[in-house]
Design a binder for this molecule. Structure first.
Ligand code: NDP
Length: 252
């Protein structure tokens, strides 16, 4: 059961849609206060309203994780409203595939800045909270949403895959630093999941290819990923599911 989550305080990035949104909803439904981070303020406000209408507690905090000043301001808002955080979910991410030979430096920079440096900014911001929560005897979790792309090369997804490989490596390295301090680090690597992630692809052939994959196999839902976040973070505090690879059954 997820009952042990009740009373915890979470920050969920990427909460405007997809896995982040689903995770925020599920955690809130189990009595977690959730701070919702992403760029689209209106989406976050709607989600916060919906969560509160269902009896939960949520705080919409519009912030771009590539902007250090915005992250600093977000931390201040979260602390003022909720105090210390004990559960951090890094779901913010962008996937912009193209052949490396196209040399789309703009896309590389966005992916590196969001998927790697953005996650790091959020980790830097809230790790002191996680350590303090664990020192106080509570349960503390950092959950990073990486991707199966961290391990399996896929044509034209080289830079995206590299950002996810970096995030997976970061999760595993951070465990060596935070595990001894009773802070869990969980790295989740989903396969094809039905969200808005593919909607920013500007290469028609690759958009079509992604649509074809959804036709060929039953993709995971964002709710199914949220369920894994709730599962891993609700175990006894000495139990750390450090790596979860979850694929649609038909995905090779
Ligand atoms: P979505 O596009 O639905 O969600 C991504 C979220 O990240 C959005 O809410 C977006 O909100 C937010 N975001 C993007 N850039 C920034 C930024 N600079 N600052 C703050 N928030 C940002 O896709 P998913 O739910 O699929 O993605 C969640 C994570 O899962 C990503 O890290 C993705 O790489 C990973 N993943 C997805 C898979 C899939 O098949 N869908 C498979 C494996 C991993 P906003 O635009 O308002 O900022």
């Amino acid at each position: 059961s997820y009952d042990s989550l009740t009373g915890r305080t979470a920050v969920v990035t990427g909460a405007a849609s997809g896995m982040g949104e689903a995770t925020a909803r599920l955690l809130a439904s189990h009595g977690v206060r959730v701070a919702l981070l992403a760029r689209r303020a209106e989406r976050l406000a709607e989600l916060a309203t919906a969560i509160e209408a269902d009896g939960g507690q949520a705080l919409a905090v519009a912030a771009d994780v590539t902007d250090q000043a915005a992250v600093d301001a977000a931390v201040e808002r979260v602390h003022t409203a909720y105090g210390r955080v004990d559960l951090v979910v890094n779901a913010a991410g962008v996937m912009l595939p193209n052949p490396v030979t196209e040399g789309r430096v703009d896309e590389w920079q966005r992916m590196l800045d969001t998927n790697v440096a953005g996650a790091l900014r959020v980790i830097r911001a809230f790790t002191p909270d996680l350590i303090a929560a664990a020192e106080a005897g509570g349960t503390a979790d950092l959950v990073n949403i990486s991707s199966i792309g961290a391990h399996i090369p896929f044509p034209h997804y080289a830079v995206y895959g590299a950002t996810k490989a970096a995030l997976t490596y970061l999760s595993q390295s951070l465990r060596t630093e935070l595990g001894p301090r009773d802070v869990r680090v969980t790295n989740i690597e989903p396969g094809l999941t039905d969200t808005e992630l593919g909607s920013h692809i500007d290469n028609a052939e690759l958009s079509g290819q992604l649509a074809g994959m959804f036709d060929a196999l039953t993709g995971l839902s964002a709710d199914e990923i949220a369920d894994l976040v709730a599962f891993t973070t609700s175990r006894a505090r000495h139990v750390n599911l450090r790596q979860v690879v979850v694929l649609p059954t038909r995905q090779a």
